[in-house]
Write a protein that binds this ligand. Sequence first.
Ligand SMILES: [Zn+2]
Length: 92
Amino acid sequence: MAEIECARCGKSGEPLEKPPLRNELGERIHASVCRSCWEEWLKYQTALINHYGLDVRDREAKDFLMKNMEAYMFKTGETEDIDVSQEGNIRW
Ligand SMILES: [Zn+2]
């Protein structure tokens, strides 16, 4: 598989096997974010969900996560500044 130059860390790396989300942001992440940055995002996302007690079935919670995901990957805005040391499991 061809390597990509990652939009987040600026290094070349392996892309994800497939887009992680079925939307335009998922396609962009697939095209331009490396696997290790995606894994870091997943940890950060878990921390956000725990921190805010988000219900991921909730539309507003999803929008909030999408916005943070975009900001995290593409530095398009502010991400929430929280403790990311907590880990857990999320089921969409
Ligand atoms: Zn990266």
